[in-house]
Design a protein around this ligand. Structure first.
Ligand code: PMP
Length: 426
C-alpha cells in the first residue's frame, strides 16, 4: 500500500508538480496532497484506505455524492455502445432540451468538454456577435484558463500568487478590463468612457473562486441595465453555480436574464462536460449556422452525456434543492458557531449547495479585498486540523465548499464535532 507521500514523490518525476491541475498540489496549505483511491457518496478514500468526509466534490460536479448508483448505471449502459462517434446522437438532443427547460434564458446550447472551453467560446461568440474586442471581468473571478480570462483571475491562479499568468500576450490582456466585483458604480463609469467598445461582461453571478461571495443587491440588475444600454453581451458564468445553487442557477434565483450562460461541473455529473448557450439570435452566429468558429472532437461525448443527463434528471426531483440548502445551512451555521465558541472570529456566505467560511473579524465579506484580508494562516491551520479529523476541505482559502445530497445529517454532525476540536487547536 503506497502512502500519499510516496505517491506524491513519484508523481513529481513525470508530472509537473505531481498534479494535473495546480490547486491539487496543496501549495496553498502546505503538506502532501491526499491521493484518492476511490470515492462513494459523501466520502473519499485515500491510497491507504483512510476515509474522509468530502466537501470538495471534485470542485463541484458531485452534487449527488460520489459514484451515485443511477449515474454509474447510466454510464455502464452507454459504454458498450461505443465511447465516441464524432457524429450526432439522440442523447445530445435530450440533454439540450433538458438544459433549455431548466434554464429558460438558454434557447440554444452547445456542448463542450470543460468549463474553460465554455467561457472561451462564449467570449469569442460575444466578440464575433458585437464586432468589438474588449471584455469586462471582475478581479478574483475565475473563468477557466483561456488567455483573455487569465487576467487578475481567482481560484488556483490566486492561490499560487499568479493571478495574471505569464504567457498571455500583452496585446490580448490589454483587451480585458478588470473591475471590482460588486462595485456597480465602477462598471457604469467604465461604460461611460468606452462602453461602445465592450463586447461583453463576464461574471460569476455568485463568485466561488475568491471563496464564496454573493452579489450585493442591485449589482447583477445593474450589469443587465448597462449591457442593455450599450449593446454589450451579458455572460453569466454559471460553471460553478449552475444546477448547484438551484435548478435554474443564480439567474433563476435572482430572476435576471443574461444573454449567454456558461455551464460545467454538475452538467457532466463528474464526466468532462461544459456548455454555453443563450439567446437564439446570438447562438445562431456559431458555426455551422454562422461565422464564429467553435468545434470539438469529443463534444457531446455519449458517455459524458449519459452521466450528465442522469444527473440533471435526479436533481430535478421535487424538493432536491430545499433539502440541499437545508444541509448546507446546518453545516455552515454550525461551523461559524463552533469557531465563535472557540473565540475564533469567522463569518460565512452560502447559497444552495455552496458555502464559504472566512477567517475575519468582519461581519460579512462582499468583495475581493474582504476575502484577501482574511487570515490565511488560520485557514491553513484549520484545514490541516480538519484533515487530521478526516474531513477534506478545499486546500485553499479562495475556493467555495460544496455539500452533496449524499451528506447525511450524521455526516454533518461528525463534521461539526471535528470542527469544534479543530478550532480549539488553532
Ligand atoms: N468558470 C468557473 C466559474 C469555474 O469555477 C471554473 C472551474 N472551477 C471554470 C470556469 C473552468 O472550468 P474547467 O475547470 O472545467 O475548465
Amino acid at each position: 500500500m503506497s502512502t500519499s507521500h510516496d505517491l506524491f514523490t513519484k508523481a513529481q518525476q513525470h508530472i509537473p508538480g505531481g498534479v494535473n491541475s495546480p490547486v491539487r498540489a496543496f501549495k496553498g496549505v502546505g503538506g502532501d496532497p491526499v491521493f484518492i483511491d476511490h470515492a462513494s457518496g459523501p466520502y473519499i478514500f485515500d491510497s491507504e484506505g483512510r476515509r474522509y468526509i468530502d466537501y470538495v466534490g471534485s470542485w463541484g460536479p458531485m452534487i449527488l455524492g460520489h459514484a451515485h448508483p443511477e449515474v454509474i448505471e447510466a454510464v455502464q449502459q452507454a459504454v458498450p455502445r461505443g465511447l465516441s462517434f464524432g457524429a450526432p446522437t439522440e442523447l445530445e438532443i435530450r440533454i439540450a432540451d433538458k438544459v433549455c427547460e431548466l434554464v429558460p434564458s438558454i434557447e440554444m446550447v452547445r456542448m463542450v468538454s470543460s468549463g474553460t472551453e465554455a467561457t472561451m467560446s462564449a467570449i469569442r461568440l460575444a466578440r464575433g456577435y458585437t464586432g468589438r474586442d474588449k471584455i469586462v471581468k471582475f478581479e478574483g473571478c475565475y473563468h477557466g484558463h483561456s488567455d483573455s480570462l487569465l487576467v487578475k483571475a481567482g481560484s488556483g491562479a490566486l492561490t499560487l500568487g499568479e493571478p495574471s499568468s505569464p504567457g498571455v500576450p500583452a496585446c490580448l490582456a490589454e483587451q480585458t478590463i478588470t473591475l471590482d466585483y460588486n462595485n456597480l458604480e465602477q462598471v457604469q463609469e467604465a461604460f461611460r468612457r468606452i462602453g461602445e467598445e465592450i463586447a461583453c461582461i463576464i461574471v460569476e453571478p455568485v463568485a466561488g473562486n475568491m471563496n464564496c461571495i454573493p452579489p450585493v443587491p442591485g449589482f447583477l440588475e445593474g450589469l443587465r441595465q448597462v449591457c442593455d444600454q450599450y449593446g454589450t453581451v451579458l455572460i453569466f458564468d454559471e460553471v460553478m453555480t449552475g444546477f448547484r445553487v438551484g435548478l435554474g442557477g443564480v439567474q433563476g434565483l435572482y430572476d435576471i436574464t443574461p444573454d449567454l450562460t456558461t455551464l460545467g461541473k454538475v452538467i457532466g455529473g463528474g464526466m468532462p462536460v461544459g456548455a454555453f448557450g443563450g439567446r437564439r439570435g446570438i447562438m445562431e452566429k456559431i458555426a455551422p449556422l454562422g461565422p464564429v468558429y467553435q468545434a470539438g472532437t469529443l463534444s457531446g461525448n455519449p458517455v459524458a452525456m449519459a452521466a450528465g443527463l442522469k444527473t440533471l434528471e435526479l436533481i430535478s426531483a421535487p424538493g432536491f434543492f430545499d433539502e440541499l440548502g437545508r444541509k448546507t445551512e446546518t453545516l455552515i451555521t454550525g461551523l461559524v458557531q463552533a469557531g465563535r465558541d472557540a473565540g475564533i472570529p469567522v463569518t460565512e456566505n452560502h447559497l444552495g449547495g455552496m458555502f464559504g467560511l472566512f477567517f475575519t473579524e468582519a461581519d460579512t465579506v462582499t468583495d475581493f479585498a474582504g476575502s484577501m484580508a482574511c487570515d490565511q494562516e488560520r485557514f491553513k491551520a484549520f484545514f490541516h486540523a480538519m484533515l487530521d479529523e478526516s474531513v477534506y476541505l478545499a486546500p485553499s482559502a479562495f475556493e467555495a465548499g460544496f455539500v452533496s445530497a449524499a451528506h447525511s445529517d450524521e455526516d454533518l454532525e461528525t463534521t461539526l464535532a471535528a470542527a469544534r476540536k479543530a478550532f480549539t487547536r488553532l
